[in-house]
Design a protein. Structure first.
Length: 372
């Protein structure tokens, strides 16, 4: 038993060393890759064409299945019918068996197609012309984390959108965000304001969560749709930090901080936080909250801001009663409805990321589903 425990401990130490070595290598590689210029590109996708291909594929499958069943029935009929009767029927009446004619035509058609493909393998088949509709729906996605890193891509996508969209076009933003840093989400909301200022109709679809900074973005829209169990709201501000002053004091460790300006620093992690400093910090949070409420009320004036700006969040079925959302519907249902009379294109900015950025984004996703 002792040997087994020693062996397990040995494996644990080995795994720890290997993980530490891999992390160190990745960090060094990321430092080098950061020196290279990062860039990206805008990608467009025809969502309407994608669903049209699905429909055509199903119809093709359905027809093939019907042909297969028809062939099976013909085979069964041919086996049951005596050969002599068939010969007499053809000799006496001079008529042709309709099943035989159909089979022959089918065989001839297949041979023709095969011959065409063989002789014209070099010739590119002409793509079917897709009917262009008068109006267009552009689809963007924002999957936000605490630091709203997606805002970098959103800026590029909005700039591309404003360059190509017409006045009659509509924009759908599929938004998922639990909120986070005030300045980052303020910038993200400002990107959506650019769409509104251009005169385009903006719809935000919330399938899972749009809380705090996420709702700061959503409220800019002309129309908000949400899945029934999506989390919406959390119009409030929060800040928290540990304080190690008592621990340092216990071990006789002094923490020195020097500032110029009465309120250059209020609360800290290592110094003693006075009542005056705490009060000032809380005043700053209150000021941010007031700006948050004014911003929401500006774009959704019908809201009872005092009732909904308490920091609470609700399921969309309840949020609909408060006016935080306008309709209970998923983004998928909204897109399928739009395909009937609009061109539907997605716009996505693909960024070249460094290894360190990739690791950072992976780690921040751990906190991403916690509403603020």
């Amino acid at each position: 038993m002792v040997y087994l425990i020693d062996f397990i401990l040995f494996l644990a130490k080995t795994a720890t060393l290997l993980i530490g070595f891999v992390v160190a290598i990745l960090f060094l590689v990321s430092l080098r890759s950061n020196n290279a210029q990062s860039g990206g590109k805008i990608e467009f996708k025809d969502i309407g064409d994608h669903f049209e291909q699905i429909k055509e594929g199903f119809l093709e499958f359905k027809n093939d299945e019907s042909d297969s069943k028809r062939d099976e029935k013909k085979s069964e009929s041919a086996e049951k019918a005596p050969l002599a009767n068939s010969e007499n029927y053809a000799a006496e009446d001079g008529a042709l068996d309709p099943d035989a004619v159909t089979a022959e035509k089918s065989s001839t058609k297949k041979e023709a197609i095969s011959a065409k493909k063989f002789w014209q393998f070099w010739k590119k088949e002409e793509a079917p012309k897709v009917e262009q509709k008068e109006k267009t729906l552009y689809v963007l996605e924002f999957d936000g984390d605490v630091h709203a890193e997606e805002v970098k891509n959103l800026r590029e996508e909005v700039s591309a959108l404003l360059h190509i969209a017409n006045k009659n076009d509509e924009v759908l933003l599929k938004l998922t965000s639990p909120g986070g840093a005030v300045n980052s989400y303020g910038l993200a909301a400002s990107q959506l304001v650019r769409i509104r200022d251009k005169g385009l109709n903006l719809t935000v679809a919330v399938d899972e969560v749009a809380a705090s900074g996420g709702y700061l973005m959503a409220c800019v829209a002309n129309h908000i749709v949400a899945a029934p169990f999506a989390i919406v709201g959390s119009i409030g501000v929060v800040a928290e930090l540990p304080n190690f002053h008592k621990v340092l004091e216990k071990y006789n460790i002094d923490y020195e901080q020097f500032t110029a300006g009465e309120y250059k620093r209020t609360v800290t992690m290592f110094g003693e936080n006075t009542d005056e400093a705490k009060a000032k910090f809380k005043d700053e949070l209150t000021e941010i909250h007031l700006v948050f409420k004014d911003f929401v009320h500006q774009y959704r004036p019908s809201l009872d801001i005092q009732t909904i700006a308490t920091g609470e969040y609700w399921l969309a079925v309840k949020a609909l009663e408060f006016g935080l959302v306008d309709e209970l519907k998923t983004s998928d249902a909204y897109i399928l409805d739009a395909i009937k009379d609009k061109n539907v294109y997605s716009i996505k900015y693909i960024e070249k990321t460094t290894v360190r950025q990739g690791i950072s984004r992976f780690l921040t996703r751990i906190m991403k589903r916690v509403p603020f």
